[in-house]
Design a protein around this ligand. Structure first.
Ligand code: SF4
Ligand code: SF4
Length: 374
């Protein structure tokens, strides 16, 4: 059996990245029992190695950073943060899956992980009315919503819904770059700082009162990660589900009618990462005719789509099993529509449906709301 070499510097860095919680792990194995990727990912042993400063390169890249295991950990260990700490170490050693490196290069060169031309970033806005100066809200477009044809419709729905509520909108357009979620999850610390600083400079020029995000990943980056990299956004960062539920509560936005049996999938980066569980449900429940049915796992216990932590870009095969389990849960509710509020979740589920051939429609909450208003 090969001997493990203890590394106290790595150990102390991993403890730091987990806010000290790594030291609390007492190896009970609850995380391994609950991890969505078990038995392909041994979390308990990953944490045991981390405690002595040993980084497990294959398992560290498999984790989808969903935090599902953290809900059951009796010691409050920030497992996903330990995993990211390991990735920082691995990035420095240049041990990174090739597909993730490709994604990183595309962000360096084109400002987005899809590799689409920067000049085409605002094509999705064609025909829409918005400003490039001061407005009530600044929509910061996720790369997925800006370039992916399927997801451009979701971004357009947001503009349409806000227009119905007479909210003035600014869109940063071509100047935007990726929020850096992939850069963060790869562990590229220096470029992340530069990217965050450039994006915040752009936001400052547009003088927003509110920065509205479509993706929970952009939301998490701007709200929680950027301030740790000396790049605090110049206005409150709000996910669109929160903003629209407030417009509904104030009477400024009145959802219409749409008959449908709908279930809702909680995106990990909106739910477990940021505690937004009720607002998307509030929107759905205000659409007359919508019957909202819950899946077995919901809110804090929601399962993952399998696309987080860079898994969408690395085409993590093990994570595909997670996607399919979640789709089956949606089918078990009898709902014909599975709604969610994250572009990655939509893409993961729709891609898996092509193989699984289940009959359920995947939509963003925004698309249902826009449809009800037509
Ligand atoms: S559940 Fe928490 S305490 Fe138990 S092994 Fe996992 S990380 Fe350690
Ligand atoms: S964050 Fe998700 S994938 Fe990673 S170890 Fe925990 S449950 Fe498993």
């Amino acid at each position: 059996m090969p001997r493990l070499r203890l590394d106290f510097e790595v150990r102390s860095n991993l403890v730091k990245y987990s806010d000290g919680t790594l030291s609390l792990c007492y190896q009970c194995g609850t995380c391994t029992a609950s991890c969505l990727l078990s038995p392909n990912l041994g979390v308990r042993s990953l944490m045991a190695r981390a405690q002595i400063g040993v980084v497990d390169d294959s398992n560290a890249w498999k984790c989808v950073t969903c935090k599902y295991c953290e809900v059951t950990c009796p010691r409050g260990v920030k497992i996903a943060d330990v995993v990211r700490g390991m990735r920082i170490v691995l990035y420095e050693k240049k041990i990174v899956p090739e597909r993730l490196v490709d994604g990183l290069w595309r962000i360096y060169e084109d400002g987005n992980p899809l590799g689409s031309p920067r000049r085409e970033r605002s094509l999705w806005t064609r025909g829409l009315k918005y400003s490039q100066g001061e407005a009530e809200v600044l929509i910061y477009t996720c790369c997925m919503n800006a370039y992916d044809r399927r997801l451009q419709g979701v971004a357009r729905s947001l503009v349409e819904v806000l227009s119905k509520a007479n909210v003035s909108i600014a869109i940063a357009s071509e100047g935007e770059s990726c929020c850096g979620d992939l850069v963060y999850n790869i562990g590229e610390e220096y470029y992340l700082e530069e990217l965050a600083s450039n994006n915040v400079s752009l936001m400052e020029k547009l003088k927003p009162s509110i920065i509205l995000t479509l993706s929970p990943h952009c939301y998490n980056m701007f709200k929680n990660v950027y301030p740790r990299y000396n790049a605090k956004p110049p206005a409150p960062v709000v996910h669109y589900t929160v903003y629209l539920s407030e417009l509904i509560a104030s009477g400024r936005l009145k959802p219409g009618r749409l008959e449908a049996n709908v279930t809702y999938h909680d995106p990990c980066y909106l739910g477990r990462f940021n505690g937004v569980y009720e607002e998307p449900r509030t929107i759905l429940q205000h659409i007359d005719g919508v019957n909202l049915v819950e899946m077995e796992h919901n809110r804090e216990n929601s399962l993952c789509c399998g696309g987080g932590g860079g898994a969408f870009w690395s085409e993590n095969v093990e994570a595909r099993g997670v996607t399919r389990v979640r789709l089956r849960e949606a089918l078990d509710t009898g709902a014909s529509i599975m709604s969610t509020a994250c572009p990655y979740c939509i893409r993961m589920f729709e891609d898996e449906l092509k193989v699984a051939k289940y009959t359920v429609n995947i939509v963003d909450v925004l698309e249902l709301l826009r449809e009800s208003l037509r």
